[in-house]
Design a protein around this ligand. Structure first.
Ligand code: ATP
Length: 254
């Protein structure tokens, strides 16, 4: 996996939401993006995943330029994401939600569905097994038939991650996965992300929970008013005067 962003820029009218940001994510690491509300973090994700075309700059993934491509093509190339506000299919089962994430992998899904060929059945069985394995990892196999909406909040967030993983991404983008979680759910989420890194996943995460970020991220990039103002390890970023001024405050991380 090779992921480089060069001078990425996105404006909304006169507002420069992402201001010529460079970023390189190292394979097999957890890379966090932090910064105040409205700093441009989600817009940055939206430019990477094709929701917005950037005004200028490059998003280069495994040597290919992604800027301007539509979301489904980008996700097929191996970048999956979750959203700040949970976007599950509320009245579909837990298992079906994960299987939806996998179906973009199958080449001729609708056609195969219509004729229900042997190949389709075999593919479907493999997908089901893989999705059950993903559910097993987040402790939700026993709830596979429940509606997604019946899960507690923390489990819904983990289910979203499992759904993103069902597309077998090389790069996983998580937008505020700990938002709204209690301490126990956050600790659980942290263990899950650590286990994903151990499996070799590369993760880019936007997060406001500084305790989580500082204990989890290998690299942290700090964005303020669309500009990357600092980058480094937790120790480096926490002692950076610009970061303290713009975001962390004098009290540091609680
Ligand atoms: N579609 C849009 N149209 C106009 N302005 C937008 C749009 N999306 C984002 N913005 C503006 O761009 C700036 C960056 O917003 P963005 O949501 O990317 O920030 P953020 O760092 O993700 O904030 P938060 O931490 O609160 O989620 C904000 O000023 C926001 O109002």
């Amino acid at each position: 996996m090779n992921f480089n962003i060069e001078r990425l820029r996105k404006t909304f009218g006169g507002l420069v939401a992402v201001n010529d940001v460079d970023l390189t994510v190292q394979e097999g690491t957890v890379h966090a993006i932090i910064g105040p509300n409205g700093a441009g973090k989600t817009t940055f994700f939206n430019c990477i995943t094709g929701i917005y075309p950037p005004n200028s700059g490059a998003v280069v993934f495994n040597g290919e330029h992604l800027e301007g491509l539509p979301t489904h093509i980008i996700s097929r190339k191996g970048i999956a994401r979750t959203f700040q506000n949970i976007r599950l299919f509320r009245y579909m089962s837990v298992l079906d939600n994960v299987m939806v994430g996998a179906h973009q992998l199958t080449k001729y899904f609708l056609w195969s569905l219509a004729i229900r060929s042997q190949r389709f059945k075999r593919e479907e069985r493999d997908i089901r097994e893989f999705c059950l394995h993903l559910l097993e990892k987040i402790g939700l196999v026993s709830k596979q038939h429940d509606f997604a909406s019946s899960l507690p909040y923390g489990e819904q967030r983990k289910l979203e991650i499992a759904r993103a993983l069902a597309s077998k991404p090389q790069l996983l983008l998580l937008d505020e996965p700990a938002a709204g979680m209690n301490d126990r759910e956050t600790a659980d989420l942290k263990n899950y992300i650590v286990s994903l890194r151990e499996e070799g996943y590369t993760i880019l995460i936007i997060e406001h929970d500084m305790k989580l970020v500082m204990s989890l991220a290998d690299t942290i990039s700090v964005i303020d008013y669309g500009v990357k103002i600092a980058e480094g390890t937790a120790a480096e970023v926490q002692t950076n005067e610009l970061v303290i001024e713009a975001y962390l405050g004098k009290g540091g991380v609680k």
